[in-house]
Design a binder for this molecule. Structure first.
Ligand SMILES: [Zn+2]
Length: 445
């Protein structure tokens, strides 16, 4: 049924945006066609194949996980979350997808799924849950998005366009979340740039599937009500800590009411099933011991969002008193100093962050950025190369490596990096800089 979609939509009228997107996808060699919705069994118009979903996941989820400061260095906790998630994934509508489940270090309250099945929950939301059934409800909801192919559906409608064809750094700062602007200043990817924004219909469907999956795995449906209760009360207190969660998963009284109704009718027999509160508390004991530090980091990020960097620094310092090796607190101390142009101090904290979590990429970016500002181009080049080893394919890294080469007067190498960068990103101040240099040096006439 290849190319049916084009004929079909032409009749209904194709918006310019959709047309542009289809053209760019056609140019990129993606195959169009119809697919069967794995959940409803109905034909759905789908421009994105399952292979493409997995490929997009592989390309973007590592960037998102690094933006969220990597997965927690608590293998017991990650194993536990994986076990709860996999129990449901095996009985989902797409059991063959390469699911993974993990907790990420970020302290804001959020959970998300990428289209190939990469699912993550932040430390912030893990602290807000009260039992394993609520965790299953949360992961079940995210599994619902993957199984109903909501990201792919959005891409087919022309949303998420830039994430697919525009490259990462074109997105930095365009959908500013808590730290979006700051991330943009530092040449990083902003927190919400790569996350799918679901519709209210998507949320309804993901909730229905989520409850089905968690009840199917033997949990009490009361856990789903508990999750909705928590989200509903959080959505009423506007806060930067939950902004991104509700911008991507819209919350409503209706979602809560539907959960209560469904749990009391369709899943009535499962209403009083196990919640496994003690098991949850046992496996999250290490996380809950960090609660004070995590709250200080959340408060610091609120101050950062209002550009109150001194007050933010006070909170991050308090967090480090309680948890001296907290990777997020160390990175945030670095960021709050870098945006205030205290580059030497910013570099020190970035190096401490590297020591606290050598496998994670973000601290190398912060360190490289600070070294550029301190005119240590050789040192900066090494940092960006270390970043590239840990997280390959971020176009920002290519630009910064070119910039370091330029600083070392290696024009030829700089030109080669800038050319690579311009093949991926054609807009923004970095692209302008790269283009201007290539003209200056006679590579573009
Ligand atoms: Zn959702």
């Amino acid at each position: 049924m290849a190319f049916n979609y084009l004929r079909h939509t032409k009749k209904d009228g194709l918006t310019r945006r959709e047309f542009m997107w289809l053209s760019s996808m056609a140019a990129a060699g993606y195959v169009f066609g119809c697919a069967t919705d794995p959940v409803t069994g109905k034909k759905q118009l789908m421009l994105v194949s399952e292979d493409t979903e997995i490929q997009i996941d592989k390309q973007y989820s590592p960037v998102q996980i690094s933006t969220d400061f990597g997965e927690v260095q608590d293998s017991r906790l990650n194993r536990y979350v994986s076990e709860v998630g996999n129990k449901m994934a095996q009985k989902s509508h797409r059991p063959h997808m390469p699911y993974t489940f993990r907790v990420v270090n970020a302290t804001y309250v959020n959970a998300y799924a990428f289209p190939g099945g990469t699912i993550a929950a932040t430390r912030g939301i893990m602290l807000s849950l009260e039992n394993e059934a609520e965790l299953a409800a949360l992961l079940g909801h995210e599994l619902g998005h993957v199984n109903a192919r909501h990201s792919a559906e959005q891409m087919s409608k022309g949303q998420l366009t830039q994430a697919v064809v525009g490259g990462i750094s074109a997105l930095a700062g365009t959908q500013s979340a808590v730290l979006g602007d700051l991330a943009g200043q530092l040449g990083q990817v902003s927190a919400g740039a790569l996350l799918a924004k679901y519709s209210r219909d998507n949320e309804r469907e993901a909730d229905a599937l989520g409850m089905q999956y968690m009840v199917g795995a033997g949990y009490g449906s009361e856990g789903f009500i508990g999750l909705m209760e928590m989200l509903n009360s959080m959505s009423k207190h506007k806060s930067t800590t939950v902004d991104l969660l509700f911008a991507t998963h819209p919350m409503s009284q209706e979602r809560y009411d539907t959960a209560v109704q469904t749990a009391n009718t369709k899943y009535k027999s499962a209403l009083k099933g196990p919640l496994n509160r003690e098991r949850y508390m046992d496996h999250t004991a290490g996380l809950r011991a960090q609660k004070g530090a995590i709250q200080e980091i959340q408060n610091g990020e609120k101050q950062m969002a209002q550009s109150k960097f001194d007050a933010a620094g006070d909170h991050f310092r308090k967090a480090l008193k309680m948890a001296p090796n907290d990777y997020v607190a160390l990175c945030m101390m670095s960021i709050s100093n870098l945006v205030q142009k205290n580059y030497a101090v910013g570099r020190q904290y970035a190096e401490m962050a590297q020591q606290a979590y050598p496998e994670e990429a973000q601290a190398y970016h912060l360190s490289g950025f600070s070294k550029i500002q301190l005119k240590d181009f050789e040192g900066a080049y090494e940092e960006f190369s270390s970043y590239e080893l840990r997280l390959p394919g971020n176009p920002n890294t290519i630009f910064f490596r070119g910039y370091c080469q330029e600083g070392m007067d290696n024009t030829k190498q700089a030109a080669s990096e800038y050319r690579r960068y311009l093949q991926i990103v054609q807009e923004g101040k970095y692209a302008q800089h790269a283009y201007r240099r290539l003209v200056d040096w006679g590579y573009i006439k």
